[in-house]
Design a protein around this ligand. Structure first.
Ligand SMILES: [Zn+2]
Length: 483
């Protein structure tokens, strides 16, 4: 069903299947180099295969399952080359899916990033810039439709199970869902999330309508305290220590909640959270398969953002470093051959890419609003792709926001104070060497392009006060300052 297409052809079209093979890494806690060379090969004249997929390929009204895993950096997953067995079940699913190897969150914060996934627009366009700021929540631009609203209008039964306070219904992503299950406290474990997802699945199966189910797992988010067998599952070794040293991870760094994140224990327990989540997702998928709801269903796995783990001296997330923005993005689509796609993609591209394989009444209206790009299009040029990233303003920050712009092997960082730095990810995948001074023309070009992209920025964002309870719960998760 997938027609191979050469995106950038300088030496003929390579074997499409080799793209995935080349990107499988075996060493290092990310080993980004080999995949990065595949991604940035366009600059070096390498062949970058991409794939076009037939429109409306699935046919009818298939069930759609969207799993989002909070705070899951791509390079800690087996199918992204991580040497630890954090994700055997997700790896298997990836082998059955179209995997976007270089997918990026537009922002490393839960609510704004999920809002981008479900609306297809960047945070500076939908207006949700943080989970909370100064005790107030941001409101999404009122004219934007969400994927859930589109599916509901198209006759789907829609259910959501979310696992943490930033996605509670009052923050706006509940629209379009017939049922929206959120925890009463700040977060819930994957075990409970799976249990609730199975209840939601039963409701969908009983409805006799096609179904959309969104399940959000929160466990890899700090603090990292998985069940004891997962807490002791991984132990730091010398090979990983050497890799961490190469990336200049800090030995410790402080969280917004005030606690210190110690490097080795932090990574071991973070990986334990991923492994725990992996088993719970497997439990859910197995039950869903037994109920036959998954037959001919589209299954999507995404993460809203990554995690610092002390890289660049940051324990958590909210900034634009690769480890905080690079996320898994895969779609298992009936009739579409599993593939690894090495071109850049953003979570704002997810909705138009998903809709490409469906034929929902009303989807043209939705597609008019999106700034993301359908990544199954065959006429995309890798060197023309631009991915925007932005920092999340926190309570203690000024109004100004820092941005990043990814273009081929280059990544421009523009600080809130308008200081530019530039990284060549083909040479420096861990963003350690600022080469702005050596490449002033690249900086000027990307700065101009960044300004152009930000012209669509909302002039006024809307905010609303939140209850003291919610403010306290968000603060406990590290959002909204430490006071
Ligand atoms: Zn998140």
């Amino acid at each position: 069903m997938i027609a191979g297409a050469c995106l950038i052809v300088t030496a003929g079209c390579g074997d499409p299947t080799s793209d995935g093979d080349n990107s499988t890494r075996t060493v290092g806690s990310g080993g980004a180099e080999s995949s990065m060379s595949a991604s940035t090969g366009a600059a070096g004249g390498q062949v970058i295969p991409t794939y076009s997929v037939e429109e409306n390929v699935v046919g009818g009204s298939p069930n759609v399952l969207i799993i989002t895993i909070d705070t899951l950096r791509a390079d800690h997953l087996g199918f992204h080359g991580y040497p630890r067995a954090t994700s055997p079940r997700l790896d298997k699913l990836a082998g059955e899916s179209v995997v976007f190897e270089w997918a990026y969150a537009p922002i490393a914060t839960t609510l704004p990033s999920h809002t981008s996934m479900f609306t297809g627009v960047y945070p500076h366009e939908h207006g949700v810039l943080a989970n909370i700021k100064d005790g107030r929540s941001y409101q999404r631009r009122k004219d934007l439709m969400t994927l859930a609203e589109l599916f509901q209008r198209a006759g789907y039964a829609t259910q959501a199970v979310v696992a943490a306070t930033p996605l509670r219904p009052q923050f706006g992503l509940n629209t379009g869902f017939d049922g929206y299950n959120a925890p009463a406290n700040k977060q819930q474990s994957a075990e409970k999330t799976t249990k609730q997802a199975l209840v939601a699945l039963d409701e969908l199966a009983a409805s006799k309508k096609p179904g959309l189910l969104w399940v959000h797992y929160f466990d890899p988010h700090g603090p990292y305290n998985p069940p004891v067998e997962f807490l002791s599952k991984f132990r730091m070794d010398d090979a990983m220590r050497a890799d961490l040293a190469e990336r200049k991870f800090a030995a410790r760094s402080q969280r917004p909640t005030g606690q210190w994140n110690m490097l080795e224990a932090g990574i071991d327990s973070y990986d334990g959270e991923i492994a725990f989540t992996d088993t719970q997702i497997h439990r859910f998928l197995k039950a869903a398969e037994e109920s036959r709801w998954l037959e001919n269903a589209i299954v999507v796995v995404l993460a809203d953002h990554g995690e610092g783990l002390n890289q660049h001296g940051v324990a958590g997330h909210g900034l634009v470093w690769e480890e905080q923005l690079h996320v898994p993005m895969m779609l298992r689509i009936p009739g579409v051959e599993p593939r690894r796609i090495g071109t850049l993609a953003s979570l704002v591209d997810f909705a138009p890419t998903l809709l490409h394989v469906l034929d929902l009444p009303g989807e043209d209206d939705f597609l008019e609003q999106v700034s993301g790009v359908n990544r199954f299009r065959s006429d995309l040029r890798h060197d023309e792709i631009r991915l925007l990233g932005q920092q999340s303003p926190r309570q203690s920050d000024a109004e100004a926001i820092g941005y990043s712009l990814r273009a081929d092997q280059w990544k421009l960082h523009m600080s809130a104070e308008n200081d530019a730095s530039l990284y060549d990810l083909s040479e420096d995948p861990f963003e350690l060497i600022d080469v702005a001074a050596k490449n002033p023309r690249v900086v000027d070009k990307l700065t101009a392009e960044l300004s152009e992209m930000l012209r669509g920025q909302l002039r006024e964002v809307q905010t609303e006060g939140v209850s003291k309870t919610i403010e306290r719960d968000l603060r406990a998760l590290g959002y909204g300052g430490t006071k």
